[in-house]
Design a protein around this ligand. Structure first.
Ligand code: DGL
Length: 273
C-alpha cells in the first residue's frame, strides 16, 4: 500500500547530531511533518560494531513505522555507513542516508581533487566515503580521519570553546599539511562546530555539510514518488521528538539549535522494538 503523503517523515540519529539534518528539512520542506528519534541512551554510535548499529537501526525503524512515517532519513553517517544497505529495501517505504548526498557535492566542488573526510571511527573505518567518491571520480584522493572527541564535545554543548579549538587543531592539521581543498563534515554532529572548524581551516577550504543536500535529495525523492505533503492536516505541533534517555537534556539542546520551540520531547523504551 502506498504511504499517506501527509504522513510525517521519520528522522533518526544517535543523539542531537541529526537535528542538523532535521533543521534543513524544516527550512527546505516546510510543509513536511517530522518525527525525530535521538538514541540518547546508546550514543555514541561511532565506536560500536556494525552488528549493533544494524540492530539499533532496525529497532528505530520499527518505532518510526509505528508512528506511521512515510519515509525515513538516517540522519547519522555511522548508521548510514553500516545499516543503510541492509535496511533500504526491507520495510516498503523509502529510506535515505546522508553519505551519498555530501560526497556528490564534494566531488563537484574539489578543484585539486584532494578531499578530506572527518567522521566517527565507524564511518571512517568503513571507507564508504572513499569508495563512493572514487566511483564518482577515480582521480580523487580521499584523506579520511576519525575525530572521536568531537561528538562528546558537541553533546556537552562546547561548540565555541578553547578546548574544542585545541582538539580541532590537533585533528585537522593533517588536512592543511596534505592540502585538501574540500572537507566533508561526515558526522551529523560536526556542523554544530562548523565555525570552529572554519576558523582553523581558513576560508580557502570548502566545508561540505551533507545535511542541506540530504534535505534536497529527500525533496526530490518525495516528488518522484508522489509523496510530497499537500500541507493539509497541518497540526499545531508538526514536529515530534522522541529519545531513549533524558528527554529534558535533549530538549534544552534542541531548543538552542532549532529555529523552533521543541515543545514535546518524550522518552521511549527503544529496546522494546
Ligand atoms: N551523528 C552520528 C554520525 O553522523 C553519530 C555520532 C556518534 O554517535 O558517534 O555518525
Amino acid at each position: 500500500m502506498k504511504p499517506d503523503r501527509d504522513a510525517p517523515v521519520g528522522v533518526f540519529d544517535s543523539g542531537v547530531g541529526g537535528l542538523t539534518v532535521a533543521r534543513e528539512i524544516m527550512r527546505n520542506l516546510p510543509s513536511e511533518k517530522i518525527v525525530y528519534f535521538g538514541d540518547t541512551a546508546r550514543v555514541p554510535y561511532g565506536n560500536k560494531s556494525r552488528e549493533n548499529i544494524i540492530r539499533y537501526s532496525r529497532q528505530i525503524i520499527h518505532f518510526l513505522l509505528e508512528q506511521q512515517v512515510k519515509a525515513i532519513v538516517i540522519a547519522c553517517n555511522t548508521a548510514s555507513a553500516f545499516a543503510l544497505d541492509e535496511v533500504r529495501d526491507e520495510f516498503g517505504i523509502p529510506i535515505l542516508g546522508v553519505i551519498e548526498p555530501g560526497a556528490r557535492v564534494a566531488a563537484q566542488e574539489t578543484k585539486n581533487k584532494k578531499v578530506g573526510v572527518i567522521g566517527t571511527e565507524g564511518t571512517i573505518g568503513s571507507g564508504i566515503h572513499a569508495a563512493f567518491l572514487r566511483s564518482l571520480d577515480p582521480e580523487i584522493t580521499v584523506i579520511g580521519k576519525a575525530c572521536p572527541l568531537f561528538v562528546p564535545l558537541v553533546e556537552e554543548g562546547w561548540l565555541h570553546d578553547p578546548v574544542t579549538m585545541e582538539v580541532v587543531a590537533r585533528y585537522l592539521q593533517e588536512f592543511k599539511d596534505r592540502d585538501a581543498d574540500t572537507l566533508i563534515l561526515g558526522c551529523t554532529h560536526y556542523p554544530l562546530i562548523r565555525s570552529t572548524i572554519r576558523e582553523f581551516m581558513g576560508e580557502g577550504v570548502r566545508l561540505v555539510n551533507p545535511a542541506y543536500e540530504t534535505a534536497l535529495e529527500l525533496k526530490e525523492m518525495l516528488k518522484r514518488q508522489d509523496l510530497l505533503s499537500t500541507g493539509s492536516g497541518q497540526e499545531e505541533f508538526p514536529y515530534r521528538f522522541y529519545v531513549s534517555d533524558l528527554a529534558d537534556k535533549f530538549k534544552a539542546f534542541a531548543n538552542s539549535i532549532l529555529p523552533y520551540d521543541v515543545e514535546m520531547t518524550r522518552k521511549i523504551d527503544i529496546e522494546k522494538y
